[in-house]
Design a protein around this ligand. Structure first.
Ligand SMILES: CC(C)(COP(=O)(O)OP(=O)(O)OC[C@H]1O[C@@H](n2cnc3c(N)ncnc32)[C@H](O)[C@@H]1OP(=O)(O)O)[C@@H](O)C(=O)NCCC(=O)NCCS
Length: 145
C-alpha cells in the first residue's frame, strides 16, 4: 500500500540513498549528522520532509520549506525542494502524491504561493499541478569549491 507521511529517524538510511539519486556525485550525509539535522528540521515547524512508502519501503521524497514573510499581508510562502522518486518506481504516480502532499500542507499553513526550481524537461510535469514559469530566472551562487 502507498502511503505519504513525514520522515522519521528510522527512514534515514533509505532516504539518504534515494536522495543520492538527485546528484550521485554529491557527498552523502553522515548518518549521525543526518539524525541531528532531521531532529532540527522536524522541530522547526517550517520544514516538512515527506516520504512515500510502499509496503514499508521508501520509494520517494519531497520537501516543503515554509518562509515567514513581511509582504503580501504577512502571508508565508513555500519552496518545494529535493523531489526524487527511486528510479525503479518512477512513472507510478508517486511523484504526484508527494507534490500534492506538499501543496496541501502549504495551503493549510496559509501560504499564498509555492515556488521551486527544476530542470527544463520537468516544467511540463510541474505544470500538471498548476506551476507556471513566471518570467524570473533562478540564480545560484556556489559557496563551496
Ligand atoms: C520527476 C519525478 C520526481 C517524477 O516522479 P514520478 O513518480 O516518476 O512521476 P509520476 O509517476 O507521479 O508522474 C505521473 C505523470 O507524470 C508523467 N511524467 C513523468 N515524468 C515526466 C516528465 N519528465 N515530464 C512530463 N511528464 C512526466 C507521467 O507520464 C504521468 O502522467 P500520466 O499521469 O498522465 O500518465 C521522478 O521522475 C524523478 O525522481 N526524477 C529524477 C529526480 C528529479 O529530476 N527530481 C526533480 C528535481 S526538480
Amino acid at each position: 500500500m502507498m502511503n505519504v507521511r513525514l520522515a522519521r529517524e528510522e527512514d534515514l538510511p533509505q532516504l539518504i540513498s534515494i536522495l543520492s539519486q538527485l546528484n550521485p556525485r554529491a557527498k552523502r550525509c553522515d548518518p549521525e549528522r543526518a539524525k541531528e539535522v532531521l531532529r532540527k528540521l522536524s522541530k522547526s515547524g517550517q520544514q516538512f520532509l515527506m516520504i512515500c512508502e510502499i509496503d514499508g519501503k521508501i520509494v520517494g521524497t519531497a520537501e516543503l520549506v515554509i518562509k515567514h514573510n513581511l509582504t503580501h499581508g504577512c502571508k508565508p510562502y513555500g519552496f518545494i525542494e529535493n523531489v526524487v522518486v527511486d528510479e525503479k518506481y518512477r512513472g507510478k504516480g508517486i511523484g504526484v502524491k508527494l507534490i500534492e502532499s506538499c501543496i496541501k500542507i502549504a495551503r493549510e499553513k496559509g501560504c499564498y504561493k509555492l515556488v521551486l526550481t527544476c530542470k527544463e524537461e520537468l516544467v511540463k510535469w510541474y505544470g500538471k499541478f498548476g506551476f507556471r514559469e513566471f518570467g524570473e530566472k533562478a540564480l545560484r551562487l556556489d559557496l563551496e569549491e
